[in-house]
Design a protein around this ligand. Sequence first.
Ligand code: PLP
Length: 398
Amino acid sequence: MTDLFARTRDLFRIPDGVVYLDGNSLGVMPKAVGARVQKTIDAEWGEMLITAWNKAGWMDMPAHVGDRIGRLIGAPAGSVTMGDTLSIKVYQALASALDLNPTRKVVLSDNGNFPTDLYMAQGLLASLGKGHELKIVAPEEVEANIDESVATLMITEVDYRTGRLHDMKRLTQKAHAAGALAIWDLAHSAGAIPVDLTGADADFAVGCTYKYLNGGPGAPAFIYVAPRLAEKVRPALSGWIGHEAPFAFDLDYRPGKGVERMRVGTPPILALTALDAALDAWDDVTMDQVRARSIELSEHFIAEVERRCPDLELASPGDPMMRGSQVSFRFAEGYAAIQALIAKGVIGDFRAPDIMRFGFTPLYLSLDDVTKAAEILEDIMANRLWDAPEFKARSKVT
Ligand SMILES: *Cc1c(COP(=O)(O)O)cnc(C)c1O
């Protein structure tokens, strides 16, 4: 396994002297991306111009890339499409789910969800004006709150702050038994842990591709619709590229085939090209291999940090089976400590109010990286290196 991941590491451009523990926020750039995007620019956009939509297969890119991601999340070919941002995909999934369950009024989510999911739900429910309620409970309370009032669950599988993992299969079964649907946000799951959307019988899933999938800043999001629902769902964002025949230019909307109806406008070809190149790194690994390595790396990190840094309190579940591919520690001066780490080449991030967050990305991280990061963290904590004015000024992006 070490050889396998030494090979994948070589596919990435890792800046000298950097230990990158933030691939859960923005993945490292795969070396192949630059040349691939340049080729699309020169040989396709440059030479073929508009004919490239057909000749270079641009129009099929959302389906092609969707299928490649589908392989990593247990979704069959033809059930995933690409485009827009994750916030938009959350909106689409929720709107369609509510439409499928018109007599129910409750959207059930939890307070470990990423705020944009909740914000998008709030905006949608206000626009619908049908008296829906967004019910936000503690993560541990989700299961107990699934009842016959719930139209749909809207849950992020892995908590962005602590890494705590929900049981997708169990909660989906519970939802279905109560007559509710289940929407899963895989932002911190896709490329991080094995996901089996088919086995879990999820109704909708959405996710972004700039985190563990390394598609680059602002890379297009994905949406999955269970094949048993795909011909039934009404797309709320009924754009022309999701129309059954975009180039018929009909005045009335008719949804496209299956998940294609979740496309909205013109696909972002350069961004999809970068993502397509980035996905090559997954060709020779299985998600089970990635998971085993992720646990090895994160367990090593926890053991080293707990031994070296008594002031840090583990905020993630101690049982690796209960967390995704990230580890967080609480520390009141966590923001400054992360800035001090970054100054020494160890990149993690901070999530308010006191979470120091570290992502583990087996494709390009080694055990030596992890040991080095723990050593540097020990130096910062033991010598209070975080206690300096330059580490306390907050930037726009934390
Ligand atoms: C990262 C993340 C997002 C980000 O949404 P964008 O629209 O891509 O900015 C949304 N939801 C969750 C759960 C996330 O982790």
